[in-house]
Design a protein around this ligand. Structure first.
Ligand code: DHB
Length: 515
């Protein structure tokens, strides 16, 4: 029964976007790549430099194409690339919506990657808003001819992106670029996709669906994932949000129903945190009583890095600076803040040589800082993600993401379901599980990328600091190479500090690869 349903849906469909109403269902008999189909192009970079490359566009990465507007991949090969050249795979997913395969852009990581000589792959993927029109009825599946179907709901986007990775492996010998050196990149919901590509390599849970789609029978693990402000851990993001932001003036002085929800959600976070068994990079176990201090140390580290580079860090937002000249001991690590090392123990009074009063941040008033963060952009309501019908909340993008092919919006957390009186179906629970990279990092259920670059803006309030911090720590605790920063003064945004990013990429691709 299940197989018939899947096949039914997979073969039904027609197309939105460019070919809308054409009623042509592309059904390539097999996946293909034509090396002679490349087109020469030039990209002019912001500094005026011109980058020449060859474009291969519009390749289907599955044989059972359900949505021809999105299930394609573009590949861009800069002059001089070889079979050994690493591949930057950029997803333009945002807001959990569909994203078409796009062309490289001079102002983001794709243009920069071409300029650095890397191959760039840009796959499209279906999303919560993508629809197709049923070409024929299917009584068993309850679908009528002409019906609009939302086929991009969870977990379609990550399935599409995994199929795209498999496509690159399938034709690795025919196109320049090394599919064993794929570095994924995305921002926000795209950061979530990037983290999923990194965390779920070859995981069995996705296999039957990838087979039904006609994805290449190839591996889909990657070398590295670059994740800007990943909106992940959606089943725990509401509690993390309230745990962090409950005490802000904005929450405390806001709507009473929202505050009541906030209080309840906040109380759920410590048990979840403790279930993760996280440790700081120096091995200290983390629990609710020391976790805020850890986040504080990460914010101070980020601000100190920015200050060392010339940024003006105002004390009006909670920072406290040393008042006396620091002298006596040699600087630790040249005075450069180290990942995961709290700043205060690093800088005891009189501990650093050469520092002027005010050079070093010695403390941060977290309540003041959090009030500052939410003054730069108003808080989301509570719950922040699973809002549907809780405290007067309307359906969020995430409620749509977990909805079905009819376009429904559904609750997806135990907390919100308990408020609305709905029962979470096994299917919703499974979709939530498949969309959360935290479920695949340990336990040996996936081939997790060995290298990670994770950034979350120090004034980003789209999700709370614990979400990316937990991702980074879980990866670090399981032995992955993680470069994490709560990037100073960054709002919800991505593909920034590209000099730094590409220095990091150059470092990881020059390391010996796994066998
Ligand atoms: C995005 C932002 C959000 O606040 C969210 O809840 C989901 C996605 C985004 O920018 O992709």
């Amino acid at each position: 029964m299940k197989r018939i349903l899947t096949v039914g849906l997979a073969t039904l469909v027609v197309v939105t976007g460019m070919c809308a109403k054409s009623k042509m269902t592309p059904r390539p008999a097999q996946l293909s790549f034509d090396p002679s189909a490349g087109v020469e192009r030039t990209l002019t970079m912001p500094d005026g430099r011109k980058v020449q490359y060859t474009a291969y566009e519009g390749m289907y990465y599955v044989t059972n194409v359900e949505d021809s507007a999105y299930q394609t991949i573009n590949v861009y090969v800069p002059l001089g690339a070889t079979q050994q050249t690493p591949i930057l795979l950029r997803t333009y997913v945002g807001g959990y919506m569909a994203a078409a395969a796009q062309q490289p852009k001079a102002g983001d990581a794709t243009g920069r990657a071409l300029q650095e000589g890397y191959v760039v792959a840009i796959p499209g993927s279906r999303g919560r808003n993508s629809t197709v029109v049923a070409a024929q009825s299917d009584k068993k599946a309850g679908i009528k001819k002409g019906q609009t179907l939302y086929t991009g709901r969870a977990p379609a986007a990550i399935l599409d992106l995994k199929a795209a990775i498999r496509y690159l492996r399938q034709f690795d010998d025919m196109m320049p670029g090394d599919a064993e050196k794929i570095i994924t990149d995305g921002t926000s919901a795209g950061g979530a996709m990037s983290s999923l590509m990194g965390a779920t390599g070859n995981a069995a849970a996705y296999e039957p669906m990838l087979r039904a789609m006609g994805a290449a029978r190839q591996r889909d693990d990657v070398l590295a994932s670059v994740c800007y402000c990943p909106i992940i851990d959606l089943d725990h993001a509401d509690m993390a949000y309230e745990w962090l932001f409950n005490g802000t003036e904005s929450r405390q002085q806001g709507d009473a129903d929202v505050l009541a929800v906030s209080n309840e959600l906040k109380a759920l976070f410590p048990a979840y945190l403790e279930s993760l068994n996280l440790r700081t990079p120096d091995g200290t176990p983390l629990a609710a009583d020391n976790y805020l201090d850890y986040i504080k140390s990460e914010l101070i580290r980020a601000a100190q890095i920015a200050k060392n580079a010339g940024a003006d860090i105002p004390d009006s937002i909670g920072f406290q600076f040393d008042k006396e000249e620091m002298s006596g001991m040699p600087p630790i690590n040249g005075g450069v803040p180290q990942a995961g090392v709290p700043m205060r123990p690093m800088m005891p009074r009189g501990g650093f040589g050469g520092g002027k009063p005010g050079d070093y941040i010695i403390d941060l008033d977290m309540p003041a800082y959090l009030n500052y963060v939410v003054s730069t952009q108003p808080l989301k309501t509570a719950p922040a993600f699973d809002t549907r019908q809780v405290a007067g909340g309307r359906a969020s993008g995430e409620n749509e993401e977990f909805g079905d092919a009819n376009g429904s919006s559904v609750n997806f957390t135990d907390y919100s379901a308990s408020k609305t009186g709905v029962v979470l179906t096994d299917e919703i629970r499974e979709n939530v599980r498949l969309m959360n990279p935290m479920n695949f990092i340990d336990g040996g259920v996936a081939d997790v990328a060995p290298h990670w670059y994770i950034r979350h803006g120090a004034r980003d309030r789209d999700t709370s600091f614990p979400v990316p911090v937990n991702l980074a720590l879980k990866l670090q605790n399981t032995g992955k190479d993680v470069n994490f920063l709560l990037a100073w003064n960054r709002p919800h945004s991505g593909d920034y500090a590209l000099d730094e990013l590409f220095e990091w990429i150059a470092g990881i691709v020059s390391k010996p690869q796994r066998p």
